[in-house]
Design a protein around this ligand. Structure first.
Ligand SMILES: [Zn+2]
Length: 162
């Protein structure tokens, strides 16, 4: 077995038998979480329930999905700490694209990346197009979030690859 983190058959059974009730519950919740994530691209996109005006975030068990992803790997997030997206894709839950910061840093980051300009002229990345294709809610809100027109959102939703 080249990858020791991949367990199967009897080794998986032995692993599960060693867990107590809390650990088992935690493991099954984590499995459920990652089953709702599309890892098809550079960004790992949340495909479960989404919420938020303007920028959309994934929601899982009353927690923002990207915060859940961070906590599942690194432990509880200190009070007042924001988990920021280095990829600028709010539906992304890939831990490698997440970094802790303060609200102040978040604002500075938004301004630097132009997320606060509703009609920025940056072309969409492949990951943003994937995120738009699975985004729920009003198309005008999605359009605002990505700085594109509602017609553009509609076009992406009809042909996600075009
Ligand atoms: Zn990402």
């Amino acid at each position: 077995m080249s990858d020791p983190t991949i367990l199967s058959g009897s080794s998986l059974n032995t692993f599960i038998e060693c867990l107590d009730q809390d650990q088992l519950r935690e493991a099954s919740v984590a499995l459920l979480f990652w089953s709702k994530v599309d890892k098809g691209g550079e960004c790992w996109l949340w495909t479960g329930y989404k919420n938020g005006r303007g920028s959309q975030y994934g929601v899982f068990h009353r927690t923002k999905a990207h915060r859940f992803a961070w906590e599942s790997l690194f432990g509880p997030i200190p009070t007042g700490t924001k988990i920021l997206h280095t990829c600028d894709n709010t539906l992304c839950v890939r831990p490698a694209h997440l970094t802790p910061g303060t609200q102040k840093e978040n604002m500075a980051d938004m301004i630097r990346k132009g997320r606060s300009r509703p009609h920025g002229k940056r072309p969409l990345t492949e990951d943003q197009i994937r995120a738009i294709a699975i985004a729920t809610g009003r198309q005008v809100d999605i359009a605002k979030q990505f700085g594109i027109t509602q017609a553009h959102v509609s076009r992406i939703k009809r042909t996600p690859n075009g």
